[in-house]
Write a protein that binds this ligand. Structure first.
Ligand code: NAD
Length: 387
C-alpha cells in the first residue's frame, strides 16, 4: 500500500498534506510513504525531514501521481502548467483524499468518477462527535478565526486592550463578530485575549451560551423561522429575516472598531450581512475582515484577496487564511487525514465500508459513479446553466 503526498501547485497554498512526525507514525504501522520533492517546503518541512522520518522522496510528479494507491492533497486537483489535469495522472482505482469543494465545483466529481477514482472530500465529513478528529473544516476554520483577529489588530489604528497610562486612559477596542461557528468562536477567544470588548451575532440561537462562555456579549435577534438545518448548520433565511437582521446589526456595526464576518451556509454563496450603507455609517479608521471573501463575501464592499479602503473603512478580504499559518495548519490537517485513513484501511489495505456513516458521507465518487445526490443535483444545475 503506497501513500503519496503531492506538492501543492495552487499559488496561495502553503500547506502540505502530511508532516514528518505523522509520516514516521504511518511508517511504523508498516505503510510505504512517498513525498513529492519540495512538497513541504512552503510549510517549512524540508525533504530531509521527511527522509529522516522514513519517507521516499520522489522528484518525478507523474510517477508519484500514477503509482500512488492513496494520494493525499490539501487543495483540489487542478490543471497543471503543461495543460494536463492532475486528475488525469491518477491511477484508475486509486484513492484521492483532499479538500475537493464538490458542492460548489461538482464538475470535479464528474472528472474523478470518469477517471474511476475513489475520492474522499474533507468538506463532506459529517460534523459529528465520532468524526471530530477528522474534521478538517473545523481545524482549519479555527486557524482562520485566529488569524483574522491578528490581521484586524494590525490594520486598526488603535490599541485593542484598555490601557491606563501616565499619558491617559485608552478605551478598549470594540469588536463585532458576525457568525459564531468554529471560526467565529476562535475569533472571539483571540480578540478577548488581546483585551478587546467583544460582541457576536449568529442566526443560530444555539451558539448563545458558547459565545457568552468566551466572555463576549451575544446579540440576540428573534426570527420567525427555523434557522438551523440538519447537522447543526445554518439555513438560508428569508428576505424578511435578512431585513430584520440588518436593522438590528446596523447599530452594532456602527459602534464597532472592528467587524469580523465569518457567516456561511454550506453549498451556498455567503450571505450578505454588511451593506455598503452600513459601511458608510462606520467610524473612519474602522476595519472589516471578511473571512467569507472566497465564498462571495459577507460585506458588499469586499474585494476577495485584496485590502481596500471604502468610505474611510479598511476592508480586508483574505483568501485561504489557514495557509498563512502553514506549520500548524498542516500539522492539524495531517492528523485529520490519518484519522480518516484509519477508518479506510484494514490490515494495510484499503477497504471501503459504506456502512460507516463517515465513509459514506465523505466518499463522493467510487467505481465510476458520483455517490452523493446533492453533488449530482449541483452538477445538473451547472450543466443546465451551460447548455
Ligand atoms: P460555517 O462555516 O458553515 O458558518 C459559520 C457561521 O455562520 C455558522 O455559525 C452559521 O450559523 C453562521 N451564519 C450563517 N448565516 C448567517 C447569517 N445570515 N447571519 C449570521 N450568521 C450566519 O459553520 P461552521 O463553523 O463550519 O460550523 C457550524 C456548526 O456545525 C457548528 O457551530 C456546529 O453546530 C456544527 N459543528 C459540529 C461539530 C461536531 O459536533 N463535531 C464540529 C464542527 C461544527
Amino acid at each position: 500500500m503506497r501513500i503519496a503526498v503531492a506538492k501543492e501547485i495552487e499559488v496561495c497554498e502553503r500547506r502540505v498534506a502530511l508532516v514528518p512526525d505523522i509520516v514516521a507514525r504511518l511508517i511504523k504501522q508498516g505503510l510505504e510513504i512517498w513525498v513529492e520533492a519540495g512538497a513541504g517546503e512552503r510549510a517549512f518541512f524540508n525533504d530531509a525531514a521527511y527522509e529522516a522520518a522514513g519517507a521516499t522522496i520522489i522528484a518525478d510528479t507523474n510517477r508519484l501521481w500514477s503509482e500512488a494507491d492513496i494520494l493525499l492533497k490539501v487543495s483540489p486537483p487542478r490543471e497543471r502548467e503543461d495543460g494536463r489535469s492532475e486528475i488525469d495522472l491518477l491511477k484508475e482505482g486509486s484513492v484521492l483524499i483532499s479538500f475537493l469543494n464538490p458542492l460548489a465545483n461538482p464538475v470535479i466529481a464528474q472528472k474523478l468518477a470518469a477517471r474511476k477514482v475513489t475520492a474522499l472530500s474533507m468538506e463532506m465529513i459529517p460534523r459529528t462527535t465520532r468524526a471530530q478528529s477528522m474534521d478538517a473544516l473545523s481545524s482549519q476554520a479555527s486557524i482562520a478565526g485566529y488569524k483574522a483577529v491578528l490581521i484586524a489588530a494590525a490594520a486598526l489604528p488603535k490599541y485593542f486592550p484598555m490601557l491606563t497610562t501616565a499619558a491617559g486612559t485608552i478605551a478598549p477596542a470594540k469588536i463585532f463578530i458576525m457568525g459564531a461557528g468554529v471560526a467565529g468562536l476562535q475569533a472571539i477567544a483571540t480578540a478577548r485575549r488581546l483585551g478587546a470588548v467583544v460582541e457576536a451575532f449568529d442566526i443560530r440561537p444555539a451558539v448563545k451560551e458558547e459565545v457568552q462562555s468566551l466572555g463576549a456579549k451575544f446579540v440576540e435577534i428573534k426570527l420567525d423561522e427555523e434557522t438551523t438545518a440538519a447537522g447543526g448548520y445554518a439555513k438560508e433565511i428569508s428576505e424578511a429575516s435578512k431585513k430584520r437582521t440588518q436593522e438590528v446589526v446596523t447599530e452594532h456595526i456602527k459602534n464597532a472598531d472592528v467587524v469580523i464576518t465569518t457567516a456561511q451556509v454550506p453549498g451556498k454563496k455567503a450571505p450578505l450581512l454588511v451593506t455598503e450603507d452600513m459601511v458608510k455609517q462606520m467610524k473612519p479608521g474602522s476595519v472589516i475582515v471578511d473571512i467569507a471573501a472566497e465564498q462571495g463575501g459577507n460585506c458588499a464592499c469586499t474585494d476577495p484577496g485584496r485590502d481596500i479602503v471604502a468610505h474611510g473603512v479598511t476592508i480586508i478580504g483574505p483568501i485561504n487564511l489557514p495557509s498563512s499559518l502553514p506549520v500548524h495548519a498542516s500539522q492539524l490537517y495531517a492528523k485529520n487525514l490519518t484519522s480518516l485513513m484509519q477508518l479506510l484501511m484494514k490490515d494495510k489495505n484499503v477497504e471501503i465500508n459504506f456502512a460507516d456513516d463517515i465513509i459514506d458521507a465523505a466518499c463522493i465518487t467510487h467505481a465510476g459513479e458520483i455517490r452523493s445526490t446533492r453533488i449530482k443535483e449541483a452538477l445538473q444545475t451547472v450543466t443546465s446553466a451551460v447548455s
